[in-house]
Ligand binder design. Structure first.
Ligand SMILES: [Mg+2]
Length: 175
């Protein structure tokens, strides 16, 4: 029996799909602005990859982000971008959970559940924690500069991402 395996694009949310808010959380729909460059990227790749979001959302357990709002927004994203799944960690850093990135628990679960072709999949994120998470599972990491990380920050990183792009409309993955 041949097992089908799927190519995936794993995505962080804030600063990748939607506009990055400096030191703030998305608390209402007005603060959630989808990046056109992401839509452009998604349009070009949706036929060829499964899309899975993997996001840290400590604003939930801090009591800053309303859980119901978060779930509604997530369902909207799942539908709009035909996501195969959206994994989130609601915990605060000090809760020392097993899921919060850079830990790879969520990514690992997704890889198992969707029989992911690790070799031909990508993780797109805007921060070092995304990179560390992806790298720990040997998934190629693409850094978008639309979020938390500035180009000069990367000089301090010990390992370098597979690719760095100004925004996702400039990214073309193998189809
Ligand atoms: Mg982010």
């Amino acid at each position: 029996m041949v097992e089908t395996i799927y190519r995936c694009v794993f995505l962080d949310r804030d600063g990748v799909i939607n506009k990055y808010l400096e030191n703030d959380y998305v608390k209402n729909i007005h603060e959630f602005e989808v990046l056109e460059s992401f839509v452009d990227f998604w349009e070009k790749h949706k036929k060829y990859y499964k899309f899975i979001v993997i996001t840290n959302q400590s604003g939930i357990n801090k009591g800053i982000v309303n859980y119901r709002f978060f779930v509604d927004l997530s369902m909207y994203l799942v539908n709009r971008f035909n996501l195969s799944a959206l994994y989130f960690c609601p915990h605060k850093e000090e809760e020392n959970c097993r899921c919060r990135k850079p830990k790879n628990w969520m990514l690992k679960k997704a890889i198992e559940r969707f029989s992911v072709d690790v070799e031909n999949s990508y993780f797109i994120g805007d921060s070092l924690v995304d990179f560390l998470c992806a790298d720990s599972m040997k998934i190629k990491f693409i850094l978008t500069l639309t979020g938390k990380t500035k180009k000069e920050d990367v000089e301090k990183w010990i390992k370098k991402p597979f690719k760095i792009v100004e925004n996702l409309s400039l990214l073309m993955l193998p189809t």
